[in-house]
Design a protein around this ligand. Structure first.
Ligand code: UDX
Ligand code: UDX
Length: 435
C-alpha cells in the first residue's frame, strides 16, 4: 500500500521504517532540514537500537523515500499518518499547532480518497477537529476518512514494540475505512480492536496514565518501605506473582520521565478539567512522581550537608536506558538543584550527553566525562540516575578509591547493596533498609 508518515520523531520514523520493511511504499516527511539531510544519508537523527539499520535497508530497496513536502506525500499516498510532536503548554494542555498545521496542508491537497490517521497522542475530539480542518482546507468530505490509530511503542525498544505489538487500535466511525487501515497491519500477529474515534483516543491516554499510576503506586510504597524498614523490591516481587497485578512496571526508582508519561498525565488532567471531571487519582500520581525526585535529592543534600562546594557525579542522563531522549529526565532535576546551590556536576551517558549540552549550554560547573570511571574522580557522591548496562559492570572498588567520599546513591536499584558495601561504599537506594 502507498503510505505517508508526516513527522520523523521517535514515533514517525519507527513507524515509517517498519511499514517499509513490511513491504509498503512509504514516503516520510519532516520540516527540519538537518533531520532530512541525515535521513537521506541513512543516518538516524535519534538513537534507537536497530532503527538506523532498518532505515538503511528500506532506503536501499526503495521502499522508503524521504521528503520535505506534505503536498507530495499526500498526492502519492492513500494512507497518511500524522506523527508530528504534541508538546505540552505551561498549564499541561496539549499544543496542537503542529497537528493542525499538517492537517491543513493535507486538506489542501486531497483530490482523491485518502485515509488520514492520527498516530500522535492527541486530546479526545481531535479526530473530528482534523476532519473539520481537512474540509475547511478544501477537501471534499467524501474524499477522506479520519482514523485514530495510537502508538504504544517504548523508546529504547521501539522497533521490537512496533514489530511485535500487543494490540493495534483502530478508531473510526466508518467500518470500511477501518477495514482498509487493518490491511496495512495484515502481516502483524496481534489482536486488532476496532472502536469509535473517541474510544481510540482515550485508550492511548488511559494506557499511559495507568502505567504512570502503577509506577507512582510502587514509588509511594518505596517511601513507606524506607520508613518502616521493608524492601520495596520484595514488596513488588510479592505483588507481581498475582496475575491480576503483574510483575511489570513495578520498579521503584526516581519516578517516570520521558516524552510521554509526564506529558500525557498532564494532558489528560487538562482534558478532564475541561470536561468537568476532577481526576484526583491521576493528580495524586503526578504529585507522588514530583515528590519522588525531590525526596531523593533531599536525601543526597542531607548526606552531604548541602551541595555548596560539593561535586556530584551522575551515571546516566537519559530518561531511561537505550535512548538519547532527555525530555523530563531526572538527571536535569539533579543538575538544576546541585548547580543552583553552588555544587558541581561530573557526568557521563553513553548517548545523551550532546542533548544535555544543548539543553543546559556549555558552562564550567557541569563537566561531561568519557566514562563512568572518569565521572567518579574527586566526587563527593556518585549517583546512578539511568540504569544503562555499562554502569552495572564497572569496577566499583577501584571507583570508590578515586572519590573524595565513598558515597553511592543508586536511584534505580540497579546495583547489589552487598557488592557496593564490599567495594567500600556507603550505599543508599530507593525504598529499602539501605535508604
Ligand atoms: C510522538 C507523538 O507525536 C506524540 O504525540 C507522542 O506523545 C509521542 O510520540 P515524538 O515522535 O516523540 O512524538 O516527537 P518528536 O520526536 O518531537 O518528533 C516530531 C517530528 O515531527 C520532528 O522530527 C519534527 O521535526 C517533525 N515536525 C514537527 C514536522 O515535520 N512538521 C511539523 O509541523 C512539526
Ligand atoms: C511509554 C509507554 O510505556 C509506551 O507504551 C508509550 O507508547 C510511550 O510512553 P516510554 O516513555 O518510552 O514509553 O518509556 P517507559 O518504558 O514507559 O518508561 C517511562 C518512564 O517510567 C521512564 O522514566 C522509566 O525509567 C520509568 N519507569 C518505568 C519506572 O520508573 N519504573 C518502571 O517499572 C517502569
Amino acid at each position: 500500500m502507498k503510505i505517508a508518515v508526516i513527522g520523523t520523531g521517535y514515533v514517525g520514523l519507527v513507524t515509517a521504517v517498519v511499514l517499509a520493511d513490511r513491504g509498503h511504499d512509504v514516503i516520510t516527511v519532516d520540516n527540519n532540514p538537518e533531520k532530512l539531510a541525515k535521513l537521506r544519508a541513512g543516518i538516524s537523527p535519534i538513537y534507537e537500537p536497530g532503527v538506523e539499520d532498518m532505515l538503511a535497508s528500506t532506503l536501499a530497496t526503495g521502499r522508503l523515500t524521504i521528503s520535505d513536502s506534505v503536498a507530495e506525500a499526500t498526492q502519492m499516498s492513500e494512507i497518511i499518518f500524522i506523527a508530528v510532536g504534541t508538546p505540552s503548554w505551561e498549564d499541561g494542555s496539549v499544543d496542537m499547532a503542529y497537528v493542525y498545521q499538517v492537517a491543513k496542508e493535507i486538506g489542501s491537497q486531497i483530490k482523491s480518497y485518502k485515509i488520514v490517521v492520527n498516530k500522535s497522542t492527541v486530546p479526545i475530539g481531535t479526530g473530528r477537529e482534523v476532519a473539520r480542518i481537512l474540509q475547511e482546507a478544501g477537501a471534499d468530505a467524501k474524499n477522506f476518512d479520519v482514523i485514530s490509530n495510537p502508538e504504544f511503542l517504548r523508546e529504547g525498544s521501539a522497533l521490537k514494540d512496533t514489530l511485535e505489538p500487543d494490540r493495534i487500535i483502530i478508531g473510526s466511525m466508518v467500518p470500511d475505512a477501518a477495514d482498509r487501515l487493518s490491511e496495512v497491519y495484515k502481516s502483524f500477529d496481534c489482536p486488532i480492536l476496532k472502536t469509535t474515534l473517541e474510544s481510540a483516543e482515550l485508550i492511548k491516554y488511559a494506557s499511559n496514565c495507568f502505567l504512570a499510576v502503577k509506577i507512582s503506586y510502587i514509588n509511594a510504597f518505596s517511601r513507606i518501605a524506607e520508613i518502616c524498614g521493608a524492601d520495596v523490591a520484595d514488596v513488588a516481587a510479592g505483588m507481581g506473582f498475582d496475575d491480576r497485578i503483574g510483575k511489570k512496571f513495578l520498579q521503584a526508582g526516581l519516578g517516570w520521565g520521558g516524552s510521554c508519561l509526564p506529558k500525557d498525565t498532564l494532558g489528560l488532567l487538562a482534558t478532564s478539567r475541561e470536561m468537568g471531571y476532577d481526576f484526583g487519582l491521576l493528580e495524586a500520581a503526578v504529585t507522588v512522581n514530583n515528590d519522588q525526585i525531590d525526596h531523593f535529592i533531599d536525601r543526597i543534600r542531607t548526606k552531604l550537608g548541602g551541595f555548596n562546594g560539593k561535586t556530584v557525579g551522575l551515571l546516566g542522563l537519559a530518561f531511561k536506558p537505550n535512548t538519547d531522549d532527555i525530555r523530563y529526565a531526572k538527571s536535569l532535576d539533579i543538575i538544576q538543584a546541585v548547580t543552583a546551590e553552588g555544587g558541581k556536576i561530573r557526568c557521563h551517558d553513553p548517548v545523551a550527553m550532546d542533548n544535555v549540552r544543548s539543553e543546559i549550554g556549555v558552562n564550567d560547573v557541569v563537566v561531561f566525562c568519557n566514562s563512568g570511571e572518569e565521572v567518579a574522580h574527586d566526587c563527593d557522591v556518585l549517583v546512578l540516575v539511568t540504569e544503562w548496562a555499562i554502569f552495572k559492570s564497572m569496577d566499583y572498588a577501584q571507583i570508590a578509591n578515586s572519590m573524595n567520599e565513598k558515597i553511592l546513591f543508586d536511584g534505580r536499584r540497579a546495583l547489589s547493596p552487598a557488592e557496593m558495601e564490599s567495594a567500600g561504599f556507603e550505599y543508599f537506594t530507593v525504598g529499602s533498609l539501605h535508604g
